[in-house]
Design a protein around this ligand. Sequence first.
Ligand code: ADP
Length: 586
Amino acid sequence: MDTPPEKKRRGFRRITSVVSLVSPYAGRFVAATIFLVFGSGIGLVYPKAVQWAVDRGLADGNLALLDQVAFALIGAFLLQAVFTWLRHYHMSWLGERAVTDLRRRVIGHLVRLPPEWFHERRTGELVGRIAGDVTILEGVVGTELSMALRNLVQLVGGVVLLAITDPWLTLAMLGVVPPLSIGMMLFGKRIRAMSKGLQDAAADASGRVQEVLGAITTVQAFRREDAESARYGEAVEHVFSRALRLARWRATFFATSSLGGFLAIGIVIWLGGRRVAAGELSGGGLTAFLLYTTIVAVALASLTSLWGSLQRAAGATERLQEILDTVPSIASPDDTAPFPAEPRRIAFEGARFAYPSRPDVEVLAGIDLQVEPGETIALVGPSGAGKTTLTALVPRFYDVTAGRVRVGGVDVRELDLEQLRACIAMVPQDPVLFSGSVAENIAYGRPGATQAQIEDAARKANAHAFVSAFPEGYGTLCGERGVQLSGGQRQRIAIARAILADPQILILDEATSSLDAESEALVQEALGTLMKGRTTLVIAHRLSTVREADRIVVLQDGRVVEVGKHTELLSHDGVYKRLVEHQLAA
Ligand code: ADP
């Protein structure tokens, strides 16, 4: 449970976050509000005009006056139409703009959060939730907020004019209305809680789908299609029943709120009729009073139903704000150290690390390792030894829990993160190609590279031949809707990407899956070209790689257990020898 001050703070934050969305466009907001006040204000004029027409024009048979009133009213309504257009357009503009800004801000922030943050969440669920929340906000900021303001103007203006028309009757009406609106507000609160639960359930279901579709071959291979469909079916049925429950509450909400409005009108006709009969109110006065009551009742009914959506929007901003409030745990320091002249020298000094999600399991238990400029280090060890984790410390995907990692003699935590990562390139085990052309994929680490530079990198990566054999060459589309490249081809594209990025430090994760002999040779040759002159940390799975490495570092249970050349390490009976016999030789 939230403590009251915390709740207050959150409420305040919600308001400030909504205001901060619109504040850059304050001028337009003020203009739109003026249009709104005038537009809604004009709507309040006509009951008075009708009262005049009834009491003066009709009662006295003054048709000229009636004509004047009619023409004045037509003019007023034309003016109101213009204001309505202006209000609607500018409010929508603000809403769309605010939501666009928010989308950009959320994604801009999200892509800077460290990998750990994403490990704790399902990406599909996250994407679904952000899209859902932004859509809710879009509706609210774009139209509903402006409707609420318009109704507020009509409500307040209507009540003031009611009081002017007949204070006694107004008091009677007010005896009915405020209790009704308080009831509606409590109702709205309950609906909001249910609606949040529904959104969570829907996000959960769509998160699962994303996961299943992402691993469709695994699902099919294990013949889990029916099981997965059933599981999804269950999840959406659950969403359905929650949605129905919400619909029942909403229906009751709408029904009672309009009932309240019409009850108020009934009471006015009943009490007002008595006042006219007693000669305390004119016929025109009662007509005006009725019209104002209608305006007030409609405004109130709309406001109470809008209350629900405004609350929903508050929930949506809150979740988005949570993302925006997450401070990336890994970022450049305020005072960055000058970037070293020789960043190719890497040092791990007593580096210890445990994943934040499992703080009690020490994955790296004090690693000491000096890597000289241009050296190739092959990291070997049983699966789970900590090889991947060790390499992830260099570009600061994670920070050590104790000890340090130095690049060019400087602790990586003191360097500018952009500069640090700019001197590192990674070729993962199973490289990801983004949707887009082959050329765009190669230039991913160096946007703006020329076609000649891209082709040159592809040549060095042994990728040029197969790329030019495609009918559309470098323009061939990759990814979901493009060509399906083989594992070896994707690796060579990734190598070309790294060559073009021209880093001083290279992190390679060798593919464990075996390629056909020819592909294998082409990839190995490309890697040889790529590694020349760069410091390379390679998570090695192949005998050929470890043979050519300057040094082999054997990791086991987060510790360095052996260091040396292939032949040296083979000469005594240790972890490496066993690894070669069982794993690497395969
Ligand atoms: P290797 O690359 O040598 O196979 P890793 O560095 O991938 O080993 O993993 C080392 C250990 O850290 C393993 O026990 C693994 O389960 C654990 N681990 C890896 N990634 C995470 C993570 N994101 N959260 C928690 N534990 C992790």
